[in-house]
Design a protein around this ligand. Structure first.
Ligand SMILES: CC(=O)SCCNC(=O)CCNC(=O)[C@H](O)C(C)(C)COP(=O)(O)OP(=O)(O)OC[C@H]1O[C@@H](n2cnc3c(N)ncnc32)[C@H](O)[C@@H]1OP(=O)(O)O
Ligand SMILES: O=C([O-])CC(=O)C(=O)O
Length: 376
């Protein structure tokens, strides 16, 4: 078991508020959304059911789910002014920067009411438009295509793949995307959600909450780890080559992306689920090495450091097998986590006090003021 350093830097192990949305690592490795185990949700629920659970407080009935999906489907059109902005962003921009700009621009065009009475309309609109935003930019900047975002896709999972590849995706890939979006939807006071809650606590608007959260998720120590893991494993053609390279990285004390966690001590329960999907996809595409390389990385990290794969590691190979470009990996996380971020914003707003902790001062004391002409 990994010995976690609690306290000290990074507010590790300290409670920074209350939530009814999620528990992380309560038994060392468990994860629940509003009391439901992630294993049950990932195996049985579509992403829209989970988004509904987080945002509307309960699992939907069939009629409620059908109506919710119709509502989201009707909200997919991108405003022309947003498309104009997306078309200005160069092909070599990072798609997370595109998401951040896209979200912010949407907030300029469709600003939330200051009394938050329309918060759920804006939240559902973000859920509905985010896959189209990133893929409209991607297809325009890379392929010169203005992709249609008002597709016939039945779900957000299908909508992401459809707007990326500009065609109806195959059912297995849609199933994997549902599971992936369910796994990424919510995770208590992780860095991006906490950033969003701090923003919400100032009574700022929902697009500012999400824009700040996107910027926070972007880093390789957080959501960016799925891309970083892919960049790493794609260098290796055999499991033995991967093992040798990893041992070198560990000897040089390099961080290995997709491993370790700030809260879990034994395992990340999302890993086994996405790993299973990655295996299935690997068989489907006739992969000869990427899954084997990934499995060896997992074994080496456990053997050498007792570090386990977090949610991001096997997402890398799974997304790769579905033909998703590596730099679009973290934006998929955004398309999902926007449900958790905004559920937290609503929870914060419902019982708000501005989040403003204290700091331990470590600078100099009682200095004499020096006139500008006398300063060295
Ligand atoms: C969806 C998500 O956001 S999941 C997280 C995605 N991020 C990554 O995969 C990035 C790689 N992982 C990491 O950087 C870290 O494990 C974090 C940021 C996730 C957690 O950080 P912390 O809580 O500070 O890590 P923790 O306290 O468990 O670290 C214990 C020791 O293991 C080391 N360690 C932790 N993760 C790794 C890793 N991936 N590779 C190598 N060493 C590691 C730490 O450096 C630390 O060593 P030290 O005591 O010599 O300094
Ligand atoms: O909880 C964390 O620190 C990071 C994480 O796994 C997530 O946000 O999904």
């Amino acid at each position: 078991m990994v010995d976690k350093k609690l306290g000290g830097a990074g507010l590790r192990g300290q409670s920074a508020g209350e939530t009814a949305l999620c528990t992380v690592g309560k038994t060392g490795s468990g994860l629940t959304y509003r009391g439901y185990d992630i294993k049950d949700l990932a195996a049985n629920a579509q992403f829209e059911e989970v988004a509904y659970l987080l945002l509307y407080g309960k699992l939907p009935t069939q009629a409620e789910l059908d109506a919710y999906k119709v509502r989201l489907k009707g909200m997919r059109k991108l405003p022309d002014a947003l498309k104009v902005v997306l078309e200005q962003i160069p092909a070599d921009a990072h798609p997370m920067d595109v998401m951040r700009t896209g979200c912010s621009m949407l907030g300029n065009l469709e600003t939330e009411a200051t009394d938050f009475s329309d918060q759920l309309d804006h939240i559902d609109r973000m859920l509905a438009t985010f896959p189209g935003i990133v893929n409209y930019w991607y297809n325009f900047s890379h392929n010169g295509i203005r992709v249609e975002t008002e597709t016939d896709a039945d779900s957000i999972a299908e909508q992401f793949l459809w707007t990326l590849h500009n065609k109806k995706p195959e059912p297995l890939h849609v199933d994997v995307m549902h599971a992936s979006l369910v796994l990424y939807a919510e995770h208590e006071f992780n860095a991006s959600t906490f950033a969003g809650r701090v923003c919400a606590s100032t009574l700022s608007d929902i697009h500012s909450v999400v824009t700040g959260a996107i910027g926070t998720l972007r880093g390789p120590l957080h959501g960016g780890a799925n891309e970083a893991a892919m960049d790493m494993i794609q260098n290796w053609k055999t499991a033995d080559e991967a093992e040798e390279a990893m041992l070198g990285m560990l000897a040089r004390k390099e961080k290995i992306m997709g491993f370790g966690h700030a809260v879990y001590r034994e395992s990340d329960p999302r890993n086994a689920i996405i790993k299973e999907w990655s295996k299935k996809l690997s068989e489907q595409v006739g992969d000869t090495h990427l899954y084997a390389v990934s499995e060896r990385c997992e074994a080496v990290m456990w053997r050498e450091k007792k570090l386990f794969c977090n949610a991001d590691f096997f997402h890398a190979s799974a997304y790769n097998f579905m033909g998703i470009p590596t730099k679009l990996f973290t934006p998929i996380f955004v398309c999902s986590r926007v449900s958790g971020w905004t559920a937290h914003a609503m929870e914060q707003r419902a019982n708000n006090r501005i989040i403003r902790p204290s700091a331990d001062y470590t600078g100099p004391e009682s200095l004499d003021f020096v006139a500008i002409e006398d300063r060295a």
